[in-house]
Design a protein around this ligand. Structure first.
Ligand code: FAD
Length: 468
């Protein structure tokens, strides 16, 4: 039974905060949500959704350019970037309006203002209209998200041609050239967007591989595909400084022990994000944190009773679906139920062309942990639907425990990988084995057949591939 009428204050209205607010209201809480900007947070306004609109537009352009392969006579004369941006903004606004509607429907009081702690149970809010309000008592859920990290590279801050992901979503024109510092998810997605719109894209990544947390073999395949599409990629390359140049910016890089210079009209700095907690005055409430990243337990409780924290402000796995699930957990605990967060089934998705998704252990993780494992790979070239959709580019890879053949991880590079991965997350959550996957009949022709075939390949009985 939940504590009906419990007062709950949520700070931040992103996918963590607004979901926490709705869940607490569903359980009978009297909920106030404080948001300093727009509901939907990074995700709906300057993150997941706007990037996916641009990626969809880029994919449409690529498809239109290849329509002739299927006998469809399309004469692509170009694109209207202003209209692309307009579409992006209209999708975001529609979703943000939807969240406003959900707040009203759930009787959640929304305050447009910035909150800060004055003590462990009191928040001071400076409202957008200039008035002030003090809120105390009740349970508090912190969901203030993250902001782009600015690396201490000389010249970056001073150069107007250096932009972050928010700037890259609203460029007035398509740049002729774009250098991206950072080959993580955000960098790679923007590379996919702008290269498909005709920008010359270069990625500079300090680590030995792009997307360091994703499965290595499939990441190498994606890199290969990106390079074939004209994107230049330098790994183990460290940006030393940025200067101005007639083109826009000159970027000095140390690559393989030597200095190398690149010039680009725009430089996208995508080296990660940091927890957005500076303005909260965490110390006034005594909330433990590591450099601003709030520490919590599996119930999303901070060290201070009745204060919870969720999502990007923890500085851990910065994904919208993680923030939302943590929001549900925090709200349920705040309302007197017992809930805990378990990240075992968190899918990681990258919306490149083709898409890339993974859940569970990578082969590298299994090696590091000393787990004995086997793998099964199935190339999408042998999957009818993939051949139709993207010429069969990509692969499915399953990682299984050697003794019990339980599914430890599944990784997919290919069309709709980000949708197909849900089946694999369910399998891992239910502790399914290879048998469960093989016994499940997958419809033909679908991309999901490739997941089953990868499981068969692990047993060396794949039907549509040569078993080695
Ligand atoms: P946020 O969404 O950042 O929301 C925090 C909110 O708190 C903000 O609205 C902010 O204004 C408000 N706030 C902050 N401080 C205060 C204060 N003191 N008082 C009041 N309000 C305050 N994730 C995915 O899962 N899939 C994707 O495809 C994806 N794509 C992305 C693309 C880009 C370019 C970026 C930048 C991020 C992307 N992410 C993606 C990450 C995702 O956006 C975040 O993980 C998610 O938004 C985190 O949710 P949150 O609720 O923790 O924080």
């Amino acid at each position: 039974m939940s504590n009906e009428n419990q007062e709950v204050i949520v700070v931040g209205g992103g996918p963590g905060g607004y979901v926490a607010a709705i869940r607490a209201a569903q359980l009978g809480g009297r909920v106030t949500l404080i948001e300093k900007s727009k509901l939907g947070g990074t995700c709906l306004n300057v993150g997941c959704i706007p990037t996916k609109v641009l990626l969809h537009a880029a994919d449409l352009l690529a498809e239109a350019n290849h329509a002739n392969d299927f006998g469809i006579n399309v004469n692509v004369t170009g694109f209207d970037w202003k209209k692309v941006l307009k579409k992006k903004d209209s999708v975001s606004s529609q979703l943000v309006n939807g969240i406003n509607g959900l707040m009203r429907a759930n009787k959640i009081k929304v305050i447009n203002g910035t909150a800060e702690f004055v003590s462990s149970d009191t928040l001071f809010v400076t409202k957008a209209d200039g008035t002030k309000e003090t809120l105390s008592g009740g349970k508090i859920i912190i969901a203030t998200g993250s902001v782009p990290a600015i690396p201490p590279i000389p010249g970056v801050k001073e150069n107007d041609h250096c932009i972050n992901s928010t700037g890259a979503l609203s460029l007035a024109e398509i740049p002729k050239s774009l250098l991206i510092i950072g080959g993580g998810v955000i960098g790679v997605e923007f590379a996919s967007i702008y290269s498909q719109f005709g920008t010359k894209v270069t990625i500079i990544e300090a680590l030995p591989k792009l997307l360091p947390l994703m499965e290595g073999e499939l990441t190498a395949l994606l890199r290969n595909k990106m390079e074939k599409s004209g994107i230049e990629i330098y790994t183990e390359a460290k940006v030393q400084s940025v200067e101005s140049s007639s083109v826009g910016a000159k970027v000095n890089v140390e690559y393989k022990g030597e200095g190398k210079c690149f010039e680009a009209e725009k430089v996208l700095v995508a080296v990660g994000r940091r927890a957005n907690t500076k303005a909260l005055n965490l110390e006034k409430a005594g909330i433990e944190n590591d450099n601003g990243k709030i520490r919590v337990n599996h119930k999303m409780e901070t060290n201070v009773p009745d204060i919870y924290a969720i999502g990007d402000c923890l500085g851990q796995v910065m994904l919208a679906h993680v923030a939302s699930v943590q929001g549900e957990v925090a709200a349920e605990n705040a309302m007197g139920l017992e809930a805990s967060y378990n990240g075992k089934t968190v899918p990681s998705c990258i919306y490149t062309n083709p898409e890339f998704a993974g859940v569970g252990l990578t082969e590298e993780n299994a090696k590091e942990k000393g787990i004995e494992y086997i793998t099964g790979n199935f190339p999408l070239m042998s999957n009818g639907k993939a051949l139709i959709m993207n010429g069969g580019e990509g692969m499915v890879k399953v990682i299984l425990g050697k003794e019990f053949k339980e599914i430890l991880g599944v990784h997919i590079l290919g069309p709709r990988a980000t949708d197909i991965i849900a089946e694999c997350a369910l399998a891992i959550g239910m502790e399914a084995t290879i048998e469960d996957l093989i016994e499940t009949i997958h419809a033909h022709p679908t991309l999901t057949e490739a997941v089953r075939e990868a499981a068969l390949a692990a047993e060396k009985i794949a039907i549509h591939a040569i078993n080695k």
